[in-house]
Design a protein around this ligand. Structure first.
Ligand code: GLN
Ligand code: ZN
Length: 781
C-alpha cells in the first residue's frame, strides 16, 4: 500500500493552550509587564511547532495551520481584514500586538476574576472598552464580536495565515491553512449603525480574502480549510446567496488553491443544496450530532467533491466505538470514491482537553472510556487505516475500542438501578407546585413578612485573595480541614453581620466555601468525575475544567444544608438557600453521550430536588436555584428549540416544586435577552426571578409584561461587571423605570449577578446605596 492510497486524516484545528497551559502563563506574564512581547511570541511559536510535530507523528496528513491564536480566531480575523474599530486609533499597517490585546481586553488593568465554568465577566473599564464577547455558536467558547460600521473598509492587515504556513514549512511540515470564512465572519459581527446588516459588506470584504488566498498559493499552499459553521444555522435566501456569491468569487480568484469548506456544530439541513452547489473542492460535514446527513450528502453531492467525514466528537471527551462507526459508514463509503474521502473530527478539537495521559489520578475504568485531542487523533488514524487497508490492519485497536465501549455500556459505575428507578417513577405531581402562584404569594406574603421592594443579593460575596489562598492551601493539604472551616465560618459570619448592619432584607451566606457554582455540586454528586489538567479555552487566557458526567447522577448526602444552617443560626433575617440548577450543571459539563441529555438533566434535577427538600426541612424559607446557563443550551436551529425548552423547564420544575406553598423559590439568570424564551421562563414558575438589566435601562423588562409574567422579579439595579459604584439616584432612576413595567408587588431590588468577582471596597458602598434607594422608594409609595 503506498502512501497516496491512504485516506487522509484531518484534525481541523487543535487546542492552542499548551498541555501545561503555557499560553495562559505567557499571556498573563506579558500583560502584567513581567515579560516581553518577544517572550510571548517565542512561547507561542514553540506551542505551534509542538502541535504540528505531534500531529505529524501521530499520522495526520492534513495538518492545520493558522488554527493557533494568541487570544481568539475571530479576533485574528478582525485583525486580518483590518476591521479595527476607530476607538483603538489604529493607523493602518500590520495590526500591532497592543491594539490586538486592547480590542480583546480594553486598555486598562483588568478587573475580571474567577474562572467560573463557562461564566464570564467581561471587563468594561471607564477608559478604552474591550470589544464585546459572546458564545461561539452553542459551545462554551467565547469569541470577540466584530464591530463593523456601514462604511467599513477592509484591508489585508495581518499576514499571520501566511506566516504560520511558512513557519510550518520551515519545519518540513506542509499544512492546510485554516481561515474563518467571510460569510460566517460577517454573520457573527454586529454593527453600531442601526438596522445595518454586516453581510452587506461582503463585496468589500472578499478582495481581502482573495488577496490572502493568492499569497497562500504563492507560498506553496495547495489546500485551504475555510470554516463556515454558519451553514448549520437557519439561513435566509439572502444569506444563501451570500455563500454562492462569496465562493463563486473565491474559487475563481485562485483556481489552483483548493477549498475545503468546513461546516460543523450540526446538520446542513435545508442549507445542504447551497453547500454542495458551491464551487469548492471539498466539504466537511459534522456527523456526530447528525450522522444521518452522511446518507443525504452522499446521495446529492457531486462525486468529484472530497468529503471530509466528521466522525469523532470534537466537542466531547468520550472514546469512540470505532467498529460501530465503520459499520455505520460502510454503505455510503462503499459508493464513494475512496480517494475522495477524508477522516476528521466533527469540528476543530479546540473544544476538548489535550491529552488523557496527563490524568494519572482518574479512576482507571472511567479513564478507559475517555479520549482527549491526542487520543481522538489516534482514533482518526485508526479509522482511516481501517478504510484504506482493511480492518485487519488495525484489528487490535478496533477490538480495544469495542471492548471499552462494551465495558462502559454495562459498568456499575455508570448504571445505578436506583437512579434509573427514580427516573421511571417521575410523575406529573412532581413537576407542579401545590398551588398556583397567586395563592402561594399570599401565603408567602403572610409568613415572610417582607417590606415592599425587598432587597437581596444574588448569592456570592467577593472571593478575595485570602479566600482563594485559603482554598488552594486546603486543596494542597497545607491548611487542615478544621482551620479551613474556621476561616470560612469567620468569612460567612462577617458577611451576615454586615448584611444585617446595612439593612438588607433577605440575606445570603456568601458562597465562600465554593470554588465554582458547578464544580461545588459536581464534587458532591455521584456520577461526576474531575480532572487535573483537562483545561479547555473559555475565552482568551481563561480556561475551564468542566466536570465529566460519566454515570447516573445521585446525591449521597446533603450538599449545602450545613452552610445554610450555620448562616441562618446567626440571624433572624431569612437566609436564602443557594443552589445551582440542573440545566446549568448540565450545560457547563462534559455530558455522557450514551443517554439523551434530557435524561441526564432529569437525574441532576432529582438530586437538586432532594437538596431543596432537605433545606426546607431544616427551616429554609427561601431557596434560590440559579440557572445561569438556561438560555445557553438553546439549540442553534429554531425547530429544535421547543423540545429543549420543554425538557429544560421540566427539569427546573422537578428540582424546585417539591416544597410547601410557604417556601419561596427564587431563580437567577445572568442575562437579559428573554424575548424568545419568555414563555418558558414563565413556565418555570419560580416565585421570584432575578435577572440582569442595569446596563439596558430596564428596556429588557419589556418581555416581562404582567400578562406574560405574573410572578415576582428582581431586575438588576447594580452592574456588577463594572468596578463603578452606582449612586443612589441612579439606582432610584432604574427602579422608576422598572416600575413603569412591573407592578409594585412584583418588584425586588438586587444587583445584576453575584459579587464574587468584585472587591469589598466596591461592593460595600454599592449595596449601601442600593438599600438606600429601596428605602427611599418605600417612603414615597
Ligand atoms: N449564586 C451565584 C452567585 O452569586 C450565581 C452566579 C451566576 O448566576 N452566575 O455567584
Ligand atoms: Zn448571574
Amino acid at each position: 500500500m503506498t502512501v497516496s492510497q491512504q485516506i487522509p486524516v484531518a484534525t481541523l484545528g487543535v487546542p492552542r493552550i499548551g498541555r501545561r497551559r503555557e499560553l495562559k502563563f505567557a499571556l498573563e506574564s506579558y500583560w502584567s509587564g513581567k515579560s516581553s512581547a518577544a517572550d510571548l511570541l517565542t512561547t507561542a511559536k514553540a506551542l505551534r511547532a509542538a502541535n504540528w510535530e505531534e500531529q505529524r507523528d501521530r499520522g495526520v496528513s492534513k495538518i492545520p495551520s493558522n488554527d493557533f491564536s494568541l487570544y481568539d480566531h475571530v479576533l485574528d480575523t478582525v485583525a486580518m481584514v483590518g476591521a479595527v474599530p476607530p476607538r483603538y486609533a489604529w493607523n493602518g499597517g500590520e495590526v500591532p500586538l497592543d491594539i490586538y490585546f486592547a480590542m480583546a481586553r480594553g486598555n486598562q488593568g483588568q478587573t475580571e476574576n474567577g474562572g467560573q465554568a463557562g461564566h464570564i465577566h467581561a471587563a468594561h473599564g471607564p477608559s478604552l472598552t474591550a470589544m464585546e464577547m459572546t458564545k461561539w455558536f452553542d459551545t462554551n467558547y467565547h469569541y470577540i464580536v466584530p464591530e463593523l460600521d456601514d462604511d467599513q473598509a477592509f484591508t489585508l492587515s495581518s499576514t499571520k495565515p501566511v506566516d504560520h504556513f511558512l513557519e510550518a514549512k520551515a519545519l518540513g511540515i506542509h499544512t492546510r491553512p485554516v481561515l474563518l470564512g467571510p460569510v460566517t465572519f460577517l454573520k457573527m459581527a454586529k454593527s453600531p449603525a442601526e438596522g445595518f446588516d454586516p453581510l452587506a459588506l461582503l463585496p468589500r470584504l472578499l478582495p481581502v480574502y482573495e488577496q490572502l488566498l493568492r499569497r497562500l498559493k504563492l507560498s506553496g499552499a495547495d489546500w485551504v480549510q475555510i470554516d463556515e459553521p454558519a451553514l448549520v444555522l437557519d439561513l435566509s435566501p439572502n444569506d444563501r446567496a451570500a455563500f454562492e456569491f462569496a465562493y463563486g468569487l473565491l474559487s475563481k480568484a485562485t483556481p489552483e488553491l483548493k477549498i475545503m469548506l468546513a461546516t460543523y456544530f450540526g446538520p446542513l439541513g435545508d442549507n445542504l443544496e447551497t453547500a454542495i452547489s458551491l464551487p469548492i473542492a471539498g466539504l466537511h460535514i459534522d456527523l456526530v450530532p447528525a450522522p444521518e446527513q452522511l446518507e443525504t450528502v452522499g446521495r446529492h453531492a457531486p462525486k468529484d467533491l472530497v468529503l471530509s467525514l466528521g466522525l469523532i466528537d470534537g466537542r466531547n471527551v468520550w472514546r469512540a466505538n470505532l467498529p460501530a462507526i465503520l459499520d455505520r459508514i460502510k454503505p455510503i463509503v462503499a459508493g464513494w470514491p475512496l480517494d475522495r474521502v477524508e477522516i476528521a473530527p466533527s469540528c476543530s478539537m479546540l473544544h476538548v482537553p489535550i491529552d488523557l495521559r496527563m490524568e494519572t489520578a482518574l479512576d482507571a475504568n472511567i479513564r478507559s472510556w475517555l479520549a482527549f485531542a491526542a487520543q481522538k487523533t489516534d482514533e482518526l488514524v485508526v479509522l482511516a487505516r481501517a478504510l484504506s487497508e482493511g480492518r485487519d490492519a488495525v484489528a487490535d485497536a478496533l477490538t480495544a475500542s469495542a471492548e471499552a465501549a462494551a465495558a462502559r455500556g454495562t459498568s456499575t459505575k455508570v448504571h445505578d438501578p436506583l437512579v434509573e428507578g427514580r427516573i421511571a417513577g417521575i410523575n406529573g405531581s412532581m413537576k407542579q407546585r401545590k398551588s398556583a402562584f397567586a395563592e402561594r404569594s399570599r401565603v408567602q406574603a403572610r409568613t415572610l413578612d417582607l417590606p415592599p421592594f425587598p432587597t437581596t443579593t444574588i448569592g456570592s460575596f467577593p472571593q478575595t485573595r485570602q479566600v482563594r489562598k485559603a482554598r488552594s492551601a486546603h486543596a494542597k493539604g497545607e491548611l487542615n480541614y478544621l482551620d479551613y472551616e474556621t476561616f470560612l465560618k469567620k468569612e460567612t459570619e462577617s458577611a451576615i453581620r454586615w448584611q444585617e448592619e446595612i439593612g438588607l432584607d433577605v440575606l445570603v451566606h456568601g458562597e465562600f466555601e465554593r470554588n465554582d457554582m458547578v464544580q461545588h455540586f459536581g464534587e458532591q454528586l455521584s456520577g461526576f468525575a474531575f480532572t487535573e489538567h483537562a483545561w479547555v479555552q473559555s475565552y482568551g487566557s481563561r480556561y475551564v475544567r468542566p466536570p465529566i458526567i460519566f454515570g447516573d447522577v445521585s446525591r449521597p448526602n446533603p450538599m449545602t444544608v450545613r452552610w445554610w444552617e450555620f448562616a441562618q443560626s446567626l440571624t433572624q433575617k431569612p437566609v436564602k438557600g443557594m443552589l445551582t440548577g440542573p440545566v446549568t450543571i448540565l450545560n457547563w459539563s462534559f455530558v455522557r453521550d450514551d443517554v439523551p441529555r434530557s435524561e441526564v438533566c432529569r437525574q441532576i434535577a432529582l438530586a437538586i430536588r432532594d437538596e431543596v427538600t432537605d433545606l426546607e426541612r431544616s427551616g429554609a424559607r427561601m431557596i434560590q436555584i440559579d440557572e445561569a446557563a438556561f438560555r445557553e443550551g438553546l439549540p442553534l436551529r429554531k425547530c429544535d428549540r421547543e423540545f429543549y425548552l420543554d425538557w429544560a423547564v421540566e427539569c427546573f420544575r422537578l428540582a424546585s416544586t417539591g416544597v410547601q406553598n410557604a417556601t419561596q423559590i427564587h431563580t437567577h439568570m445572568c442575562y437579559s435577552e428573554f424575548n424568545e424564551i419568555i414563555d418558558a421562563i414563565a413556565e418555570l414558575d419560580a416565585d421570584v426571578i432575578s435577572i440582569e438589566t442595569s446596563r439596558s435601562a430596564m428596556e429588557l423588562l419589556d418581555a416581562f409584561t404582567s400578562s406574560k409574567y405574573p410572578n415576582q422579579i428582581g431586575p438588576g439595579v447594580y452592574d456588577i461587571h463594572s468596578p463603578r459604584v452606582p449612586e443612589v439616584a441612579e439606582i432610584s432612576a432604574l427602579l422608576l423605570l422598572a416600575r413603569e413595567r412591573l407592578s409594585d408587588a412584583q418588584l425586588w431590588v438586587n444587583p445584576d449577578c453575584g459579587l464574587k468577582t468584585r472587591n469589598w471596597e466596591e461592593v460595600r458602598p454599592a449595596l449601601v446605596n442600593m438599600v438606600a434607594a429601596a428605602r427611599a422608594l418605600r417612603e414615597r409609595v
